[in-house]
Design a protein around this ligand. Structure first.
Ligand code: SF4
Length: 505
């Protein structure tokens, strides 16, 4: 916590509220949780109503086309709130703030603080500076500080927690702004990550997702060098954490050590998100991705030969400048060949500061949209095919909450990150008490985007009742030793319970 203590005493003038809006990826969402953590120490509590907020923060993302327009249009609305409620402060962070810096004040002079992606820990002091001077403050760093500051955090998800393990990216894909706004790769020490995950375990979390722009590159810059597999092995010793995930990895940095760790560490989930971006070698070369389609195929083989049931998802860009119809079809064919569990698809959008934005041969929007529609239909078919493999099987899910589509259903995710919805209306508390629990679900239906299941039996281990306990055997270890819901009982031991019993608890 750098300099927050000094700011704390001066800035805290009674209960205040902060409204925060986050655009973009999980890294940004995780950053927002850290902003809230620092502000919590200053006496700010989070509000969902921006009109009542003493401080409004916009955490921006520069990935999508028109990202800047979206930011300034948002700020225009916030300006009206500030005019109606003088004294309200506005702070802007994230990738657009890092990119625009001072320029942001020229376009939105009513913003009080502009801070970048590398000086998030400075937010409390920057707010204080702005408050004291009654002038706007802009501060962006070119790189992260050598000693990565440890900032407090307020987690917005009670079920699953994000932990950043590496920042920045050393690649220079010709379409991507991330290296420009997030800088070079910098790994956190394994000890710092371990301590944070241990704290999460002690707070009752069962699932942790390790985050980075290129998480598979983790540890190459540490001394001694490590790789993500080594980190997974270390974190695997924290028994209360039942699920370890990681996002997002560059295919080139995925090594056998990482795959073997996923195979051998019980808590490491059999789920790999490895963006290929295109299924055509010329396009990959022009994207500067640093691998060929064949290399990627070998990576998929390496995963599937070791972990046959692993889910593999990817990202795809269509309509890259100069992409021919034949090259696009190579991508379509690769989706069918590999049969991805899911693919995030997007039409190419030129981003400022990236080489591909200035190339000729930009495809017209209607062509890109046409290709995107077609690719999405093929991706949907592949996903459906993958999901049908689950039919009739029993899968462990971590229950996250009520289904977004139906209030009568609850939803959770498998270890392979498949969404599973199940009827819960007949349960006494409509399934609420299952939130945060690992349960077994029988899969009875599958479409391209989700599975539907029915609940037969539940194995609520002691960890479900008492998540802090690290000394007891885990539900999972007993399950693998004796089979799900086999009669294991005794003081401090998991007791298998049929669902109607659970719901009376
Ligand atoms: S590897 Fe990912 S984050 Fe890095 S430059 Fe390429 S697309 Fe951007």
């Amino acid at each position: 916590m750098v300099e927050t203590a000094s700011a704390s005493s001066k800035l805290q003038t009674g209960a205040k509220s902060v409204y925060i809006e986050t655009f973009g990826c999980q890294m940004n969402k995780s950053d927002s949780e850290h902003m809230l953590g620092m502000l919590d120490e200053l006496g700010y509590s989070k509000t969902e109503n921006k009109k009542d907020a003493d401080l409004m923060i916009l955490n921006t993302c520069a990935i999508r086309e028109n990202a800047e327009d979206k930011v300034y249009s948002h700020l225009g609305t916030w300006r009206k709130i500030k005019l109606a409620r003088p004294g309200t402060m506005i702070a802007v962070g994230g990738c657009v703030a890092q990119d625009h810096g001072e320029e942001m004040l020229r376009r939105a002079p009513y913003v009080d603080v502009v801070f970048g992606t590398h000086n998030l820990h400075r937010l409390p002091d920057l707010l204080l500076q702005a408050q004291k001077s009654e002038r706007s403050v802009v501060e962006t760093f070119q790189e992260l500080p050598d000693d990565l500051p440890d900032t407090p955090v307020v987690r917005l998800n009670d079920i699953s927690a994000w932990v950043s393990i590496i920042y920045g990216c050393d690649y220079n894909c010709t379409y991507c702004i991330v290296p420009y706004v997030r800088g070079r790769e910098k790994s956190r020490t394994a000890q710092a990550v371990f301590d944070e995950v241990m704290e999460l375990a002690q707070s009752g979390y069962k699932e942790v997702t390790l985050l980075g722009q290129n998480v598979t590159a983790y540890g190459h810059d540490l001394e001694p060098k490590l790789h993500l597999g080594n980190l997974l092995e270390q974190l695997g010793s924290i028994e209360a954490i039942k699920r370890l995930r990681f996002l997002t990895g560059h295919p080139r940095d995925l090594n056998v050590g990482i795959i073997d760790a996923v195979k051998n560490v019980p808590s490491a989930c059999e789920y790999f998100h490895i963006p290929i971006q295109a299924g055509d070698d010329r396009t990959l070369r022009r994207m500067a991705r640093g691998y060929t389609v064949d290399f990627y195929r070998r990576q998929v083989d390496a995963i599937r030969s070791r972990i046959p049931d692993a889910a593999i998802t990817t990202d795809l860009i269509v309509g890259f400048p100069g992409e021919t119809e034949a090259e696009f079809m190579n991508t379509v064919n690769l989706v069918e060949e590999i049969c991805f569990d899911l693919a995030n698809t997007a039409a190419f959008s030129p981003r400022q500061h990236t080489p591909a934005a200035n190339w000729g041969e930009q495809l017209p929007d209607h062509e890109k949209n046409e290709r995107l529609r077609f690719l999405n239909s093929v991706v949907g078919e592949a996903s459906h095919k993958c999901n049908k493999r689950y039919l009739g099987q029993t899968a462990e899910i971590l229950v996250e909450g009520r289904s977004e589509r139906s209030a009568n259903r609850m939803m959770g995710r498998t270890r392979t990150n498949k969404i599973v919805n199940f009827e819960a209306d007949h349960l006494p508390d409509r399934g609420e008490s299952l939130i945060g629990r690992l349960i077994d679900i029988k899969v009875v239906a599958a479409n391209a985007w989700a599975l539907r299941g029915t609940l037969d039996l539940v194995c609520p281990g002691n960890d479900l009742e008492n998540p802090v306990s690290l000394s007891h055997p885990s539900a999972d270890s007993l399950r693998s030793a004796s089979g799900c819901c086999s009669p294991v009982s005794g003081a401090g031991m998991p007791v298998p319970v049929v669902i109607d019993r659970i719901c009376r608890d």
